[in-house]
Each structure stands twice: as C-alpha cells, then as structure tokens.
Write a protein that binds this ligand. Structure first.
Ligand SMILES: Nc1nc2c(c(=O)[nH]1)N[C@H]1C(S)=C(S)[C@@H](COP(=O)(O)O)O[C@H]1N2
Ligand SMILES: [Mo]
Length: 199
C-alpha cells in the first residue's frame, strides 16, 4: 500500500458532523449484496468505458491495475444505518478514467455495471471527484471477494449502494437513468448528510 491521502474531511462540504445523521459507527464491515458473489475469471474479465465518450476503452484486469493508482483514507456510509470510518482504499480515480476516454459533449450522467447484474447511476458531476475510486485493495490487502473484489467502486460522499461491487463497466449517458436500487425506491441522489435514503 502506498501513502494514504486522508479524504475523510470531505463531510465538511455536506454537513457539520463527520457521522451523517441517523448513522451509527461500526468497526465491522458488514456485507450487503442482492445475491451471491459472482464468478470472476481474470483471463476473460474486461472493464469497458462506453457511451458518450470520445474513445471507448477496454482493459484487461492486468491493464486496469497498471493504471495510475492512489491510496485514500475514506469513510463508508451504508443506507441501512452503519458507517465505517478510516477505510484505506487503493485504486484508480473516476476523473482519471474519464480523462482517458474523453467525455463527449452532452454527457451528463453515468451508469455503473457489475458482474452480478447490479447497476447504479450518478450524475457525471458527482463522479468527477478524486474520491470516486475503482478499488482492488482494502487496508493493504486484496479487496475481499464479498466486498466486491476484484474491483469495486467507492463513493464516500454518497450512501454505499452508489458504489458497485464487482464493477466491470461504466457508460456515459446524455440523460439520467436509474440503476438497480434507484428503480426500487432508494434515493437517486443518496446524500448521507441530508438523509436521502428513499425516494
Ligand atoms: N454489484 C453489486 N454492488 C453492490 C451491491 C450489490 O448487490 N451488487 N450492493 C450495494 C449495497 S446496497 C451496499 S450497502 C454496498 C455494500 O457493500 P459491502 O458489502 O462491501 O458492505 O454495496 C453496494 N454495491
Ligand atoms: Mo445498501
């Protein structure tokens, strides 16, 4: 693990307290998935960047991990009411990938997709922050499979359902669309300091 950049202070953009309202802090790391852990085959795994971009991209697992990465200390807020402080995640930032692909005129939204069929969506501006990481390492060790290994997204400024585990693609969109939980009643905006849990 490289030197960790502490970004836990980002809460100051959104609220007074580091712990969002209605959350309790836990040192555990519960697992929440809509189904079971999907298969991962490092040989055939492919990460794609598609949609409203200047150049669509695809990476093998090896290629992805060779992209420039960083380690950040982040907090993790689950919509079901627990928060975990000081998680060290190593990975590639969203803005770096977006810059590689070149965001096309008219792109306003992003859909994340995953090996288990999960999807989640965010406005492009909510993705264009260095804290939105595609991560493969947690606290200096390989990200456990149940937490989204080989690759997941973390979104410390949003409830954690905005972070797709087992992520294998992002699509840039010219209009908003809703992902798995967003279609089923979870908030589309998901700001923890405003308790945007349900819609
Ligand atoms: N691919 C995928 N990503 C997912 C989910 C899922 O079911 N599938 N669940 C989401 C939800 S609801 C939460 S709270 C977090 C939980 O992450 P954890 O299991 O690492 O705590 O992952 C999110 N990302
Ligand atoms: Mo969740």
């Amino acid at each position: 693990m490289s030197m960790s950049t502490d970004v836990t202070g980002l809460y100051r953009e959104f609220g007074e307290e580091r712990l969002p309202p209605g959350q309790r802090e836990t040192s555990k790391f519960p697992v929440l998935s809509k189904g079971s852990v999907p298969e991962f085959d490092p040989g055939s795994w492919e990460f794609t960047v598609t949609g409203a971009v200047e150049e669509e991209l695809s990476f093998s697992y090896e290629e992805f991990k060779e992209l420039s990465s960083a380690t950040q200390r982040q907090d993790f807020h689950c919509v079901t009411g627990w928060s975990k402080f000081d998680c060290d995640f190593t990975g590639v930032s969203f803005p770096m990938l977006a810059e590689r692909a070149g965001v096309a005129e008219g792109a306003v939204h992003v859909m994340f997709s995953a090996l288990d069929g999960y999807t989640t969506n965010l406005p492009l501006e909510a993705c264009m922050r260095k804290e939105v990481l595609f991560t493969w390492e947690f606290n200096g060790e390989a990200l456990p499979r149940e937490h989204g290994g080989p690759l997941r997204v973390v979104t410390p400024h949003k409830y954690a359902y905005k972070g797709a585990k087992w992520v294998d693609g992002i699509e840039f969109l010219t209009e908003p669309k809703r992902g798995f939980w967003e279609k089923r009643g979870y908030s589309d905006t998901a700001n923890p300091w405003n308790e945007e849990r349900y819609s």
